[in-house]
Design a protein around this ligand. Structure first.
Ligand code: PMP
Length: 432
């Protein structure tokens, strides 16, 4: 039961959000102080304004989880969590580290061993001189995204990001106190953001957030795209925050870290993570690569917020990274294989258009020829065929009319899901 909530006072011009209207969202079951006052004290605009609605964009996913809880068989292609678990060798190292005593407070910017290992990996793969002083270990890439924006933006500063985007971006940027502005990348440009579009919003902005390989599109930004972005950042004095958590999932072409482009190392913060590369989503271990003074300041932020990452998790991450490419390839191999399966199946029809999938564990399908929006398509597909996918609209206006499939089902189940999905699309298209 939601207790009576006093009206939230908004400043003139403030957006009204579902959250500051009334605290009715599902995760807020026990309002603070409900037992004492039968209501709650006013909360900050900063917290109530993070998200329009905590469930926004995740409705299909929530419904799918609800149906599963009720005992229905659902083919779930929604979130980017692997169908395999963390490799036993990594878990064994984690267990040994914990038993060996690494259970107290760990070094806050990261253990010397893990920082050095990440630095060496970054230097080897990008050619940019990188030392431990450039590395901050964080509780996942999500925390690094937040920290990066706190480091370079003051409250109210404009922070740019590209649309389509990973669903948490706008809320993360608002959490950091910034004013987020989306820059549209278009399907007609294969979702490569155009420098001119970024430049049009760059005056007065502080930062630009990009993501390649991209979630949700599966696009890898070309050298030309990145050179254009670097040029805009330099001309408009923007910090570039480059989210590269899918850097081990490359199917076509090459991943280029923009930190390696001329003059960019001093203005680029790179977000990395063990989540996708090593199937360690639950371990919460990522990093930020940044100029050393930024790492120092963010260590101060970590002292006052997270207090670092569990030492045994860091030891396990160090072990995992030391295995190099063979382990990363083993973990990404199923997605490469499934991407080939999906590409073959989708090539045999012409109702759904698959955006060429270059990287990341997702497929973006254009469903516009069915006459349905991404939301409607995902909704009906779940209700009538028990397949759950993410509507493109969850990832920004530019991905409207699309759906995103996470390739996180075992091969034959994925094949079944895509075959049924194609059948559904044909049925809808025929009925138009
Ligand atoms: N960036 C992108 C593009 C993502 O897709 C995700 C997770 N899905 C993250 C960052 C955050 O990942 P984590 O916090 O698990 O490292």
């Amino acid at each position: 039961m939601i207790a009576k909530v006093p009206p939230v006072h908004r400043r003139p011009g403030d957006r009204e959000t579902a959250c500051n209207r009334r605290l009715t969202f599902a995760s807020f079951k026990a309002p603070i102080g409900a037992g004492i006052w039968g209501g709650i004290m006013e909360l900050s605009h900063r917290i109530t304004g993070i998200s329009e609605d905590v469930n926004a964009g995740w409705e299909v996913f929530m419904r799918s989880r609800q149906l599963i809880a009720e005992g229905h068989d659902i083919l779930e292609l929604t979130i980017g969590d692997h169908d395999i678990r963390t490799d036993p060798s990594i878990l064994r190292r984690m267990y040994d580290a914990a038993l060996g005593g690494h259970t107290g407070y760990a070094a806050i910017p990261g253990t010397p061993g893990l920082r050095a290992t990440v630095a060496a990996r970054v230097q080897e793969r990008t050619g940019v001189p990188t030392t431990s002083d450039n590395i901050l270990i964080t509780p996942g890439g999500q925390s690094a995204l937040f920290g990066a924006h706190v480091a370079v933006c003051d409250p109210g500063d404009t922070a740019l990001y590209c649309d389509p985007y990973y669903a948490t971006y706008p809320g993360t940027l608002r959490s950091a106190g910034t004013h987020p502005i989306a820059i549209a990348a278009h399907a007609r440009d294969m979702f490569q953001p155009r420098a001119a579009a970024i430049a049009a919003h760059a005056a007065g902005a502080k930062s630009l957030l990009i993501n390649s390989p991209n979630n949700p599109t599966g696009v890898i930004y070309s050298r030309e795209t990145l050179a254009g972005i670097a040029d805009v950042c330099t001309r408009h004095d923007l910090w570039l925050i480059s989210d590269e958590v899918y850097d081990t999932q490359v199917w076509d072409g090459h991943h280029i870290s923009p930190r390696s482009l001329p003059g960019m190392a001093d203005r680029t913060l790179v977000v990395g993570s063990m989540s996708k590369s090593h199937a360690m989503t639950g371990s919460r271990c990522g990093w930020l690569v940044a100029p050393a003074p930024v790492v120092e300041y963010l260590t101060t932020l970590a002292i006052h917020t997270t207090y670092g990452v569990a030492g045994f998790v860091q030891d396990a991450a160090q072990f995992a990274l030391a295995q190099g490419r063979p382990l990363e390839d083993k973990i990404s191999a199923p997605f490469r294989r499934r991407r080939d399966i999906a590409t073959r199946l989708l090539a045999e029809q012409n109702v759904l258009h698959l955006l060429p999938s270059m990287g990341a564990m997702y497929l973006l399908l254009d469903v516009r020829s069915t006459g349905l929006s991404g939301n409607e398509f995902a909704d009906k597909l779940l209700m009538h065929h028990h397949i759950s996918v993410m509507p493109g609209e969850s990832f920004g206006a530019s991905a409207a009319g699309h759906i995103r499939l996470a390739m996180t089902l075992e091969d034959t189940m994925l094949e079944t899901a895509i075959t049924r999905l194609i059948g559904f699309a044909h049925q809808v298209a025929r009925a138009r």
